[in-house]
Design a protein around this ligand. Structure first.
Ligand code: COS
Length: 384
C-alpha cells in the first residue's frame, strides 16, 4: 500500500460521500446538458482526483494500482462521464510520462496534470488505424532540432479540454513496424494543432471526444518522450496495460451500482401481489449479476496486486478488461430486464447506464483485441 491505511480509508470514505452526495444527484442534468458543471470539476481538483496515480514527488497521491482501482470502483457507482473528467490525467494522458518520460518532462508536466491545472489526452487512434495501432501514419519528421507532425488522430478522449497530448507518430518513415513509432508531448495551442468538432456519441454525455489534426505542427526535440526515438509504440502498450485495469475497476463500480438499483427496484415493485424480488426468475438474474461482479472484483484485485508487486500484467490486464467489460454489459442488460418498461425510459437512469457501459467493450482495445492478447501471451508462455 502506498498510503497509510487510515489515510486511505479516509480518502475512500470521502470519495464515497462525494459520489453519493454530489455526483449521483446530478447524473441526469449532466447527461441532458452534455456538459460538466465547472463547480464539480473544481471539487474534483480539490479532492486530488486528477493525481491519484501520479507519484507524490510530482504532486499526486501516488496510489498503488490496488488503491487506485479501489477508488475507481467507488467512482463507478455513478455515471462514467464524471470519472472521464480526470480519468485521462491518471491513465493514458499521464502514464506515458510517468513510465518512460525524462526527469525534465516529469517535472514540467506531472505537477500540472496532478493538480488538474491541465487535462492530458492520449492520441493513438487514427481514421485508418484502430485495433491495428502499429499501422498509424501520422508522421514526425525531424528538421534541425525540431519535429514536424502531420496527420489526424480520431476519437481522442478529453481532446476538447486537453492542455497536453501524448501523440504517437511515425518518426522513421522507412520502418512501418512498431520500431518506427515515437511518442511526443504536444501542448494545446501549438501552431499546427487543430481540433475537430466534438463527436456525438451513444452514451457518456458530459464526456467529450474529437479529432486532433496536425498540420506542419512543429514541436521541439525535447518533446520526444524519454528522448529516444522508436519507443513510442511500446510506451503506448505499457500505458494501455495499466489503463485496462482501471477501466475494469469502472466496470465493477458501474455493475455494483446497477445491481443495487435492480435489487431496490425488485424489492419495491409488486406484481401478482408480491415484490418481484420474490420470483425465482428475477432472483436468477440478480444472482447471476452478483456472482459475475464478485468474480470480476476478485480478478482485478489480484491483477492489481501483481502489478504492484512488479509482475508483468499484459495477459492479466487483457483478461480483466475482457471479462469486466463483457460482465457489465450483461449486468446492464439484466438491470433493464428487471426494471421492465421502467428500465427503458430515461427517468430511472438505467437505460443511460446501458448505453454508457457499451463503450467499455470498445475503447483501450476491443474485446477481440483482448482475446488476441490473452492467447498470444499463452502461446509465448507455452514456448518458454
Ligand atoms: N508492453 C510492452 N511492449 C509491448 C506490449 C506490452 N503490453 N505489447 C506489445 N509490445 C511490444 C512487442 O514486444 C513488440 O516489440 P518488438 O518489436 O521489440 O518485438 C512491439 O511492441 C510490437 O508488438 P506486436 O508485434 O505484438 O504488435 P501487433 O501489431 O502484432 O499487436 C496489439 C499489438 C494488437 C496488441 C496492439 O496493436 C493493440 O493493443 N491494439 C489495440 C489498440 C488499442 O487499445 N486502441 C485503443 C485506443 S487507445 S484509447
Amino acid at each position: 500500500m502506498a498510503l497509510d491505511k487510515d489515510v486511505f480509508d479516509q480518502l475512500i470514505g470521502t470519495v464515497r460521500r462525494f459520489v453519493a452526495e454530489k455526483l449521483v444527484p446530478r447524473e441526469a442534468e449532466v447527461a441532458d446538458a452534455d456538459q460538466m458543471p465547472a463547480g464539480i470539476v473544481q471539487e474534483m481538483r480539490e479532492l486530488g482526483l486528477f493525481g491519484l496515480s501520479i507519484p507524490q514527488e510530482y504532486g499526486g497521491l501516488g496510489l498503488s494500482v490496488e488503491e487506485e482501482v479501489r477508488i475507481i470502483v467507488e467512482l463507478g457507482r455513478t455515471s462514467p462521464a464524471f470519472r472521464s473528467v480526470f480519468g485521462t490525467n491518471n491513465g493514458i494522458g499521464s502514464q506515458g510520462i510517468v513510465i518512460d518520460g525524462t526527469q525534465v518532462q516529469k517535472r514540467k508536466y506531472l505537477p500540472r496534470l496532478a493538480s488538474g491545472e491541465i487535462v492530458g489526452a492520449f492520441a493513438l487512434t487514427e481514421p485508418g488505424s484502430g485495433s491495428d495501432a502499429k499501422s498509424l501514419t501520422t508522421s514526425a519528421r525531424k528538421k534541425g532540432s525540431d519535429y514536424t507532425l502531420n496527420g489526424t488522430k480520431r476519437f481522442i478522449t478529453n481532446a476538447p479540454s486537453a492542455g497536453l497530448f501524448t501523440v504517437m507518430a511515425r518518426s522513421d518513415p522507412d520502418n512501418k513496424g512498431a520500431g518506427g513509432i515515437s511518442a511526443f508531448l504536444v501542448e494545446a495551442g501549438t501552431p499546427g494543432l487543430a481540433l475537430g468538432s466534438p463527436d456525438k456519441k451513444m452514451g457518456q454525455q458530459g464526456a467529450h471526444i474529437c479529432d486532433v489534426i496536425f498540420e506542419d505542427c512543429r514541436v521541439p526535440a525535447d518533446s520526444l518522450i524519454g528522448g529516444v526515438e522508436g519507443r513510442g509504440f511500446k510506451t503506448a502498450m505499457k500505458v494501455l496495460d495499466r489503463g485496462r485495469l482501471t477501466i475494469s475497476g469502472m466496470c465493477i463500480g458501474n455493475a455494483e451500482r446497477l445491481i443495487a438499483d435492480s435489487l431496490r427496484y425488485a424489492r419495491e415493485r409488486e406484481q401478482f401481489g408480491e415484490p418481484i424480488a420474490e420470483f425465482q426468475l428475477v432472483q436468477a438474474m440478480l444472482a447471476d449479476s452478483e456472482t459475475e461482479c464478485y468474480a470480476a472484483r476478485s480478478m482485478v484485485m489480484d491483477a492489481a496486486r501483481r502489478k504492484d508487486a512488479g509482475e508483468s500484467i499484459t495477459k492479466a490486464a487483457a483478461m480483466c478488461k475482457y471479462y469486466c467489460s463483457e460482465m457489465v454489459g450483461r449486468v446492464a442488460d439484466r438491470a433493464v430486464q428487471i426494471h421492465g418498461g421502467a428500465g427503458y425510459i430515461a427517468e430511472y437512469g438505467i437505460e443511460r447506464f446501458y448505453r454508457d457501459v457499451r463503450l467499455y467493450r470498445l475503447y483501450e482495445g476491443t474485446s477481440q483485441i483482448q482475446q488476441l492478447i490473452i492467447a498470444r501471451e499463452m502461446l509465448k508462455e507455452a514456448e518458454r
